[in-house]
Design a protein around this ligand. Structure first.
Ligand code: SF4
Length: 69
């Protein structure tokens, strides 16, 4: 399974990903998107969810990040 994270520098806070894929994505208190389920995000289209290229695939070395809780 692929895993995803949000590049907060690229996220403009449009909310589209969370609106389209509420099981996979949510907006945080800074109005940046956050991955809540990579599996759900994958079903919704993964990186294609964001037209700003803010949703990125996470490679193995980055799995320790805290974007997904
Ligand atoms: S669709 Fe992209 S820019 Fe919009 S909130 Fe989601 S991650 Fe951020």
């Amino acid at each position: 399974m692929k895993r995803y994270k949000v590049n907060r520098d690229k996220c403009v806070g449009c909310g589209t990903c969370a609106a389209v894929c509420p099981r996979g994505m949510e907006m945080d208190s800074d109005n940046k998107a956050r991955v809540i389920s990579s599996a759900a995000a994958e079903e919704c289209g993964g990186v294609e969810l964001c037209s700003y290229e803010a949703i990125e695939e996470v490679n193995g070395a980055e799995l320790a990040d805290d974007d997904e809780r």
